[in-house]
Write a protein that binds this ligand. Sequence first.
Ligand code: MTE
Ligand code: MO
Length: 257
Amino acid sequence: MSRLSRRGLIGAGAAGMGGLLLAGCDRLSASPSFQKFIGTGEDLTFGAQRILLAGQPLAREYSLSQLSPTFKSNGTSMPGGDAYRALLDNAFANYHLAVEGLVARPARFSLADLKAMPARTQITRHDCVEGWSAIGQWTGVPLGHLLRTVGVAPAARFVVLHCADDLENSTDGSGQYYESIDLFDAFHPQTILAYAMNGKPLVPAHGAPLRLRVERQLGYKQAKYVMRLQLVDRVERIKGGKGGYWEDRGYEWYAGI
Ligand SMILES: Nc1nc2c(c(=O)[nH]1)N[C@H]1C(S)=C(S)[C@@H](COP(=O)(O)O)O[C@H]1N2
Ligand SMILES: [Mo]
């Protein structure tokens, strides 16, 4: 491949990333290593990887001294129903996270299994559309690690997170909270399934035993009480078809901050 056609490919790739990612791309093009790469025509894989990473900027992280003294609980603060009650009464010893759908090896993980995996701790700001924010510290297993463990099938594009709470006490599951993210966000280094908050085990008000943190998106994407992950190629066939409880009721699917 000539240097010129490599450049063309890289340019097309960067343009295709869209306006949202421009800040990251600008930073990238200013870096000496990127300029050197453009100048000397290193191999395309390196360039393509750098461009993909440029589209995955990290959300800001804070220090312990910046933790909010209070962190509001929003939406469900205690899921109803006997099943959740029974899990809670037993300190979630019988809890399992099911991972299924478009994966090579469907699996169930206990809380102990998840805690034995590599962990990440991060202090981030949670922004709710209702107009409040709070800074909290979250510890959990990177979702990317879990997905590599089960093996994502080539056709998979989204991770759907099914939760234990039903906001409408529906009998058919239509009021059950759920969310979905794409694989870019799923493999983002700050996307974790958190089991601890501010250094303590997660309490029911904040999503015990397991809740999603997807730090570049708004509060309603941060699914609490996660029971099951389903890998899918499209979200149209799930519940209301818009990829989440609030999305089915008019909110945006991509809730970027
Ligand atoms: N399962 C579930 N997840 C949920 C919600 C909910 O009602 N049920 N509310 C969402 C909204 S709107 C926000 S702002 C955050 C609130 O998280 P917190 O209670 O830990 O502050 O959880 C999100 N995840
Ligand atoms: Mo929210």
